[in-house]
Design a protein around this ligand. Structure first.
Ligand code: ADP
Length: 544
């Protein structure tokens, strides 16, 4: 390799130091050299930029008093003395992260590596530093944002996660106390919903005062933030006449405060405040952090408030429903009781030979109508028993065919009056069931009565039983009547549901039948090809 031409008159050592200077000047990292007395020997341009000192002002000065934060200075001096005495330096030759201080007094975070060198028999230390303040802050912000977001995504209430949220945000500075305030919907007063305090002494009382305080309008720091919809810095709350809790803050030695709005969907609904022992100044970094968090926490509070409101409405609706059921139960009972003596008396009179035929016909008409009314009320009573879980089955063995036969007999006169044809086919070989016989007969009768009611004159009704499997007893009641639209096939089993028809009845028969069949472990469903095309009701029960 060709030797580079040397400028005339330069010795090799002059040449070396010029090279050194070029390296120092072009380096991106701060390079600071300190001698064994702790004095600055070199301070490159990058160090000048980061620390705000001029090289000529710091050469020969004690490094400790320039760039090392006051609280670390003594440790630094002792470390140097120990190294000179023993040759041991735990921070040497390693990469460490540490606080440093700039000429204007602001603190920064640096990554630092120190290399000791012997120069003319004495140790010299070269420090390579890099300002990592921004990187660390961004990282901290990211961690805080992530931690708060994962807290907000959980199922917990603000009361439960509030302290953790406050602690996470407080970790971004020297904050020792924090509180979350939420606007009460009732009177728009701000009430404290969560607090967090550090281990520092004297904060419990301030916490108590904060929790007991309620602020109306733009009063106090939270009120001011809510009204302005903007973050507020207070250098010293203890001496701020507008700060409601000033005397408590004085006792707790709290001075600096920072508060920002928490925004829900319709604007700010709360405030988060932080306090420190020292006075504070606006910090752009913290502002950036809370900008996103403010709306995340606000939306969370908004969501929880909505859920609470929905829950309240649900409970109110359930209470109203229970009151309605209770009312129906009482009403049905009160209506039913007076009918019994009327029926007994009218029944006896209807058969009294001493009375004229007209009179007896009249009594029969009274009986029929009172019976009808009694049946409607019985349905209502059954329904209220079902909804209140009070319907009980008295199970015993019974022949399902027998029950069905009785039900057919009860509706037979209806069928005949309407000129309907009835086909009965009992094909099931196993009709022995464990059931509540009167209840099951009531189900069969409901379905048969509907078939008769919804089938026009000269139509037909077919009743068939079979065992779909050896373990089931199946009944099908098919009619050629008005049929059911597909969209109503399920709805007709709801209480008070009557589709298109306004015949006698309350729309309870099928609701009661479904509940009774299901209490037996069976099923009932309606099938129909559509309006005017007849309907089939299929019941399946467990056979023995
Ligand atoms: P109700 O007969 O007292 O109205 P139900 O609960 O027994 O009450 O029946 C509910 C509704 O289901 C009836 O109003 C009617 O619209 C429909 N429905 C029941 N059975 C039939 C049927 N066989 N054919 C057509 N529609 C029916």
């Amino acid at each position: 390799m060709e030797n580079a031409p040397q400028p005339p008159g330069q010795t090799p050592s002059e040449r070396l130091s010029e090279l050194n200077r070029a390296i120092l000047e072009s380096a991106l990292d701060c390079i600071i050299t300190m001698d064994a007395d702790g004095l600055v020997r070199e301070f490159n341009p990058a160090a000048e930029r980061v620390f705000g000192y001029r090289r000529e002002d710091v050469i020969g000065q004690e490094l400790a008093s320039l760039i090392i934060p006051p609280v670390l200075r003594e440790r630094h001096r002792q470390g140097l003395a120990k190294y000179l005495e023993t040759g041991e330096g735990p921070v040497l030759g390693r990469r460490i992260e540490i606080a440093a201080v700039r000429a204007d007094g602001t603190e920064i975070l640096v990554e630092l590596a120190i290399t000791p060198l012997q120069v003319s028999g004495r140790p010299t230390f070269t420090a390579y530093l890099r300002d990592i303040t921004e990187r660390v802050r961004t990282e901290r912000r990211r961690v805080a944002q992530y931690s708060v977001a994962s807290l907000l995504a959980g199922p917990s209430s603000l009361r439960e996660i509030g302290p953790q949220i406050l602690q996470t945000i407080a970790a971004s500075g020297d904050w020792v106390f924090g509180a979350i305030w939420v606007k009460r919907e009732l009177d728009a007063a701000l009430k404290c919903a969560a607090t967090w305090r550090s281990e520092a002494d004297g904060l419990a009382e301030f916490e108590e005062v904060t929790r007991a305080t309620s602020l109306i309008g733009s009063k106090g720091l939270p009120g001011r933030v809510l009204a302005s919809e903007d973050a507020v810095w207070v250098p010293d709350v203890a001496n701020d006449p507008a700060f409601v809790r000033a005397s408590a803050a004085q006792v707790a030695n709290l001075h600096g405060a920072f508060a920002f709005p928490l925004c829900g969907e319709g604007g700010p609904i709360g405030v988060l405040e932080l306090f420190s022992h020292s006075t504070v100044h606006p910090d752009e970094d913290l502002l950036q952090l809370v900008e996103a968090l403010g709306s995340q926490i606000g939306l969370f509070i908004h969501r929880r408030q909505m859920q609470k409101e929905l829950q309240r409405q649900k409970e109110a609706a359930e209470a109203a429903n229970a009151a309605k059921d209770q009312f129906l139960a009482n009403l049905s009972h009160e209506l039913r009781t007076p009918l019994t003596p009327v029926l007994i008396w009218a029944g006896a009179m209807a058969g009294d030979e001493m009375l004229s035929a007209d009179m007896r016909d009249g009594m029969q008409m009274v009986c029929r109508n009172v019976e009808l009314e009694a049946r409607l009320i019985d349905d209502l009573l059954d329904l209220t028993r079902i909804t209140r879980g009070k319907l009980q089955l008295n199970l015993r063995n019974a022949d399902a065919h027998e029950l069905l036969r009785h039900a057919v007999e009860i509706v037979r006169s209806d069928i005949e009056t309407r000129n309907l044809t009835l086909h009965v086919a009992f094909e099931a070989t196993n009709g022995s069931l464990t059931v509540d016989p009167p209840r099951l007969q009531q189900v069969f009768w409901n379905v048969l009565r509907n078939a008769a009611k919804f089938t026009p004159a000269r139509g037909s009704i077919a009743v068939r039983t079979f065992n779909r499997t050896p373990a089931t007893f199946n009944v099908e009641v098919a009619d050629t009547g008005i049929g059911i639209e597909p969209q109503h096939l399920e709805k007709i089993f709801d209480a008070f549901e009557q589709v298109g028809s306004r015949g006698e009845g309350l729309g309870l028969g099928l609701a009661i039948s479904k509940a009774v069949v299901e209490m037996h472990g069976g099923s009932i469903r309606a099938l129909s090809p559509g309006a005017g095309k007849g309907a089939t009701f299929a019941i399946e029960l467990a056979a023995m």
